[in-house]
Write a protein that binds this ligand. Structure first.
Ligand SMILES: Cc1cc2nc3c(=O)[nH]c(=O)nc-3n(C[C@H](O)[C@H](O)[C@H](O)COP(=O)(O)OP(=O)(O)OC[C@H]3O[C@@H](n4cnc5c(N)ncnc54)[C@H](O)[C@@H]3O)c2cc1C
Length: 415
C-alpha cells in the first residue's frame, strides 16, 4: 500500500519504520526541515513504563483546581478563551474517577512494557545508539507520607507487570550514588525495568535507517493542510506542496493531531500540555546521576544522556505557545543543583519548551478511525517516547490485518 505518515516525531518515525518493514511504500510528511523538531526534540529522556499512571485521577483533579491559585505548582493553568480547552477539560473530568484511572493506566502500562521490548529490538537490529542507559529509574519522595502514597500507586503497576522495589534512603544511595549528598529525600520506588535515552538521537538514526535500508521517503518543509475525503474513504492530503494521494494516511502530528480532521468529523481530543527542559553538559559527571530519576514532590524529572544532564518539569495549559523565558527554569535549576551540587553550570544549558500531545484520559489512540484508509497514532501525552515503538508495531499489525502482539483494548478510536 501507498501510505502517508503525517509527522516525523518519534511516533511517526517509529510507525514509518514498521510500515516500511512490512513492505509498504511509505512517505513521511513533515513541516520542519528535519525529523524530531517537535516534542520529540528534547523530552525528559525517560523510557519509563514506571511512569504509566494516567494523569487524570481524583488527585489530579484537586491539583488542577489548586493550580488556578497556586503559582509555584508544577501544574499551571492559564484560563483563556479557547473553547477546545474547556471541551477537553470537561472530558478530562470524566476520566478522573478511580475506575477510569485504573483502566487507563492498565492500557498504558501494557503498551509501555511492550514498547520497551520494541525499542530494544529496533536499536539492536538497526544498530542505533542514543545515549541509552538501562540502569532503571528512581522515583523518590520527600516525606514518609508521600512515599507511602507513591508506593501504593506503584504497587498497582507492580500488580500488572512492572518490577519495583520500595527503598529507604540507605538502599537508595546504594543503588544511586549520584543522590548521596541530596538532602530531604525520605525514600523511593526503584523501577529496574525503566531506562533512559535521547529521543532526538534515536529518531534521527531510525529515520536514516528507514530511508536507506527500508526505502521510506521523508518530505520535509511540507505542511499538511487538510484531509482529502471522498465518500467514506480518505484518499490523500492537501499540503503546502500540493495534493498527495495515498491508500492510507496515518495522523502522527503530535500536539497538532486533533486539528487536522476536526472539520471532517474526526473526534480526536488531543490538547497541548507545555513542559520545559534544560540540557547541559556536566562539568563534573562524577557528581551527576547514574540513572534516570523523578523528584515526585517537586515534579522534576531528569536523565543522564552520556555526559549531559537533562532536567524537565511543568505541565502548563497555555495553548500552542512554545515560547520560554529564563524564569521558567528557575525551579528546575534550583532542584537540579540541590540534587547534584557541583555537577553542572546552569548558564551553559540549552533551554527548550515543548508540548505534550495529551488525550483527556492520557491514553494514546492507535489504529483505524472514522474513514476507510485513515489511521491514528497519536495522543501519547507525557510518555510518548516510552510508548512510540510499541505503538508503531501495533499500528503496523492493525494496518496489515494481523493479530497484534498485545491486546489493543482501550487504545483504539472510539469517536
Ligand atoms: C517537558 C517534556 C518532558 C517529557 N518527558 C518524557 C519522558 O521522559 N518520557 C516519555 O516517554 N515522554 C516524555 N514526554 C512526552 C514525549 O516527548 C511526547 O509524547 C512525544 O515526543 C510525542 O511524539 P510525537 O511524535 O507524537 O509528537 P512530535 O514529536 O511533536 O512530532 C509531531 C510532528 O508532526 C509535525 N507536524 C505537526 N503538524 C504538522 C502539519 N500540519 N504538517 C506537517 N507536519 C506537522 C511536527 O512538526 C512534528 O515534527 C515529554 C514531553 C515534554 C514536553
Amino acid at each position: 500500500m501507498k501510505i502517508l505518515v503525517l509527522g516525523a516525531g518519534v511516533v511517526g518515525t517509529a510507525a514509518a519504520y514498521y510500515l516500511a518493514r512490512d513492505g509498504h511504500e511509505v512517505t513521511v510528511v513533515e513541516r520542519h526541515s528535519a525529523v524530531a523538531r517537535g516534542t520529540s526534540y528534547s523530552n525528559a529522556g525517560l523510557v519509563s513504563p514506571g511512569d504509566a499512571t494516567a494523569w487524570a485521577s481524583p488527585s489530579a483533579l484537586k491539583m488542577f483546581i489548586k493550580s488556578l491559585y497556586t503559582p509555584d505548582l508544577g501544574i499551571k493553568v492559564k484560563l483563556g478563551l479557547d473553547p477546545y480547552f474547556y471541551a477537553w477539560s470537561f472530558r478530562f473530568l470524566f476520566q478522573c474517577t478511580s475506575a477510569r484511572v485504573r483502566e487507563n493506566t492498565k492500557a498504558k502500562l501494557r503498551l509501555a512494557l511492550y514498547s520497551r521490548l520494541c525499542i530494544n529490538e529496533i536499536s539492536s537490529q538497526a544498530g542505533i545508539g542514543y545515549d541509552e542507559r538501562s540502569r532503571g529509574i528512581m522515583y523518590f519522595f520527600r516525606s514518609q507520607q508521600s512515599l507511602d502514597h507513591g508506593a501504593a500507586m506503584y504497587g498497582f503497576l507492580a500488580e500488572h507487570g512492572l518490577d519495583i522495589e520500595v527503598v529507604d534512603r540507605n538502599r537508595l544511595v546504594e543503588l544511586e550514588p549520584g543522590l548521596a549528598v541530596a538532602r530531604g529525600i525520605a525514600g523511593a520506588v526503584y523501577s529496574p525495568m525503566d531506562q533512559t535515552g535521547d529521543s532526538r538521537l534515536f529518531v534521527e538514526a531510525l529515520a536514516a535507517h528507514a530511508e536507506h535500508k527500508l526505502g521510506a521517503k521523508f518530505m520535509f518543509d511540507t505542511t499538511v493542510e487538510d484531509l482529502i475525503v471522498e465518500g467514506d474513504r480518505v484518499t490523500g492530503v492537501k499540503t503546502s506542496a500540493g495534493r498527495l494521494d495515498a491508500d492510507a494516511v496515518v495522523i502522527a502530528m503530535g500536539p497538532e493531531s486533533g486539528l487536522l480532521g476536526r472539520s471532517k468529523g474526526v473526534d480526536l481530543p488531543v490538547y497541548p500540555v507545555k513542559g520545559y527542559t534544560a540540557t547541559v553538559t556536566m562539568d563534573d559527571p562524577s557528581k551527576g546521576p547514574t540513572m534516570g530519576g523523578v523528584d515526585e514532590d517537586r515534579m522534576v524529572a531528569y536523565s543522564r544522556l552520556g555526559d549531559r544532564l537533562r532536567l524537565a518539569s511543568t505541565a502548563e495549559f497555555t495553548g500552542f505557545d512554545r515560547s520560554h523565558k529564563p524564569s521558567d527554569f528557575t525551579r528546575l535549576f534550583e532542584t537540579g543543583m540541590e540534587l547534584f551540587p557541583g555537577a553542572f553550570d546552569p548558564a551553559k544549558a540549552e533551554l527548550w519548551a515543548g508540548l505534550r500531545p495529551m488525550m483527556p484520559g492520557s491514553v494514546p489512540v492507535i489504529g483505524p478511525a472514522r474513514y476507510k484508509g485513515l489511521y491514528l497514532d497519536t495522543g501519547h501525552g507525557h510518555v510518548g517516547w516510552t510508548m512510540a515503538c510499541g505503538s508503531g508495531k501495533l499500528l503496523a499489525d492493525l494496518v496489515a490485518g494481523r493479530r497484534p502482539e498485545i491486546d489493543p483494548a482501550g487504545l483504539t478510536y472510539k469517536g
